[in-house]
Design a protein around this ligand. Sequence first.
Ligand SMILES: Nc1nc2c(c(=O)[nH]1)N[C@H]1C(S)=C(S)[C@@H](COP(=O)(O)OP(=O)(O)OC[C@H]3O[C@@H](n4cnc5c(=O)[nH]c(N)nc54)[C@H](O)[C@@H]3O)O[C@H]1N2
Ligand SMILES: Nc1nc2c(c(=O)[nH]1)N[C@H]1C(S)=C(S)[C@@H](COP(=O)(O)OP(=O)(O)OC[C@H]3O[C@@H](n4cnc5c(=O)[nH]c(N)nc54)[C@H](O)[C@@H]3O)O[C@H]1N2
Ligand code: SF4
Ligand SMILES: [Mo]
Length: 839
Amino acid sequence: MERRSFLKASAALGCAATVTGCKTSSDEPNKVPPTPPVEENQTWSACLVNCGSNCPIKVFSRDGVITRVEADNETTDEYGHNHQIRACARGRSLKQRTYAPDRLKRPMKRVGKRGEGKFVPISWDEAASTVASELARITEQYGNRSILKLYGSGAYYGFASSNCFNRLLNLNGGFLNIYGNYSWAQQIDAAYATWAGSSTNGSSVVCLEDSDLFIGIGYNPSEMRQSGSGEGYDFLQALKNNPSLEVIMIDPRYTDSMAGKEDKWLPIRPGTDAVLAEAIAYEMINSGWVEQNSKAFLDKYCVGYDKASLEQAKADLEISNDSDKRSYAQFIDIEENYHDYILGVGKFTEAKTPEWAAKICGISASNIKQIADKIMNASAPFITIGAGVNRHANGEQAMRSCYMLPLLTGKLGKAGVSNGALPVQGGMSKAGLGGLSNPIKESISFYTFSDAIIRGHEMTGRKDGVRGTEDLDTPLGHDVKAIFAANSNALINQHSDSNGTHEILQLEESEGGCGLIVVSDCWMTPSARYADILLPDTTWLESNDLIDNSYATGLMGYLVAMKAAVDPLWDCKSMYDMCGLIAQKMGVYAQYSEGKDEAAWLNQLYAETLTKPTSAAAIPALPLSYEEAQKIGVFRSFNGTKRLALDSYINGGQPLRTPSGKLEIYSLDFAQKAAEWEFNSEVKGDSITALPKYQATWEGYEDEETLEDYPLQLIGYHTKGRTHSSYHNVPWLREAVEDAVWMNPQDAHARGLEQGVTVHVWSQRGTIELPVRITPRIAPGVAALGQGAWYQPDPSGRVGPSGHVIDIGGCINTLTRYQPSPSAKGNPQHTNRVQIARA
Ligand SMILES: Nc1nc2c(c(=O)[nH]1)N[C@H]1C(S)=C(S)[C@@H](COP(=O)(O)OP(=O)(O)OC[C@H]3O[C@@H](n4cnc5c(=O)[nH]c(N)nc54)[C@H](O)[C@@H]3O)O[C@H]1N2
Ligand SMILES: Nc1nc2c(c(=O)[nH]1)N[C@H]1C(S)=C(S)[C@@H](COP(=O)(O)OP(=O)(O)OC[C@H]3O[C@@H](n4cnc5c(=O)[nH]c(N)nc54)[C@H](O)[C@@H]3O)O[C@H]1N2
Ligand code: SF4
Ligand SMILES: [Mo]
């Protein structure tokens, strides 16, 4: 079907085919939503999960019981003006989630081993006293650097956020910081190396109007930005508004962002995007196109394209007044330039031809040549590289290699062109509760927390990426002894190697493990099972708060003044109140609360929000009092301004903050790290280079060590049925979006598998059990699994082919490896080799 007619057809189909936050009622204008019965009370809440949006939710309740929820159905719903911020299936299931049988109802303390899930209820008084006294003991015994606030992204509150824990821990003298995140660790590093800026500063999606070619590499906004006002919806509108835009998608999976909207899908082998990028570069350079068309751009704005460019950069650095800059000159090797590397000349021997690339990445040489031709012929190529590419063993280099493509076109700064980064987002902003300042300067990568439990004392900057120590060899000097995990399931479920993490978390303090694990959640998640003290939080529907549109809202900004639909259920307390109780026991309540209760804080934060520049354009206008705002609920502000990537550098003449001030093809920071850091030669691909280069890695396509026993590559993806592990415990969603491992018919038939049979998927680290979905939507040789299912080792102790107890929950992290990536020390969770067989 032609794309344009498909778009019409899909508009008519509405939501029926897929579970998306799409627009059914505007397609059925006569269908008016039911008027609530009079005795029902209606308030506004929101879905605060980490999907990039915070969709408003209408909550109906009667006699203190939530009766139903609705998505935003206000306004006349004109796109680009006041369109509705419709919640997806997840937000619409919030009543189920709020009343889920596994809600944490009262504070508890652990009585069994960590992970066993054996707890006894305790009073809030006991819970708060225990946390306060244990925190004091551990601080005294091991120091503040042994206390860690874990990464957690489960609730994007403004006020009752996990910052309440930061306040507590800072009032206790501080804690070990973490840097980076599971989403973008490697791409942040790559963007920093290339333009010393954000990895989300790509041109805004509306700029697609001016483009004639879109290339999405691992870019899937329709599934990962599902809000009715999110990037996914903007992307769909942009395609509709520019029917002549050619769309090429490169992804091992055929995603909903395609589903007929693409002109071409090129299934690529995971972890090999750098190979594809290099072969495209080869075509562009070898044909003489770069010399004729973009050489002047590369000379003026970039460092490292060829020998001359590096010679110039070295000379410039050597005469710099800034001694830091002068010291970078020593890391320049002029033979190590991109032109020679790609063509295989000078010190390099292998040309990066399409024929070479095809064998590795699985895309044919003729297709590679065709994409290269399209890029060269496009007047405004808009290239976007999604974070699926970064969540790999050497995601840093994969991202940097792909960022080369927009540079080579020489068209950056022109209308309709982007730089490869994720599209910049708009939005309104709100004031939130601050976490107070942390006097501790040392930080570790978010991802290395489990390692820091057992070897924090010896972790260094040179080997482990520890920051803030005196020098690269001064060890952190402390193991992690206390963990505070608030709205996080990263303690085990979302972290790599669940079975390995289990072993570490199970260690008692006397065995060299943690002395205190505090978990605050609303449900008995896999991570909650590892808590020593469990603190039950109120859910979003029980909360008063002030929230904005979160970080990937697309072009529609909004604020929601949330009002609790019902009182805190059971014996739950808001994060502000539970931390307040602990603060009392610590004797720091006055500093913690600054003399304010919830209402006083919300009034203050609301007043601060009123002064934000984005507040002026709110529709309707923001009233003076927070209480009034709660009655209205939702305030919107659409901003469709076209924002061009790197505009201020290319068109505004402002230098970049890279050491050279230019776009760095040859990264001076990477060159320095490559020279100074220590990498593990036993870990294939654990290395970095100044140039963006493809690295064959452990458990990558080319890894021979695992080829025989684990012939399939396995990637995770962010499924519509959950946000990470959030919403896993909602049966509606488990029915709506199947949790099954995707396999290509070729691979399934070779194993004698039929559709839907139960299979074992195993790696060197564990076995999971779940159904198989046989589908041509996944490349041959690759398996795919929605991440976030809950880790659940079979209580009967059945052992799988890997020799581990089978995870009947089907959590992908039972299979993933804990191996920090070379530079960012981030999570390589999409790099896995597995075998699959009938269970
Ligand atoms: N529905 C839903 N939405 C979400 C989330 C969720 O859990 N569920 N989580 C949110 C969060 S916190 C984040 S960080 C984002 C994550 O958003 P992304 O990082 O974009 O999501 P992924 O699904 O991991 O990867 C995107 C695509 O990359 C593909 N991919 C994987 N490996 C490769 C590769 O080597 N090469 C190429 N070319 N493609 C590859 C995957 O098949 C997938 O289609 O999503 C956010 N939105
Ligand atoms: N294999 C693999 N692993 C991955 C990924 C992948 O692609 N593949 N993606 C990674 C990415 S990008 C991310 S961002 C991380 C996300 O990892 P996490 O930040 O751990 O996100 P969630 O799994 O959503 O867990 C959030 C937790 O918050 C809890 N929660 C929700 N609302 C509230 C509340 O109001 N109060 C409290 N106290 N708790 C609440 C939820 O119940 C849940 O336990 O996962 C990473 N893990
Ligand atoms: S999961 Fe995201 S898109 Fe869905 S309702 Fe929640 S905030 Fe909106
Ligand atoms: Mo993420």
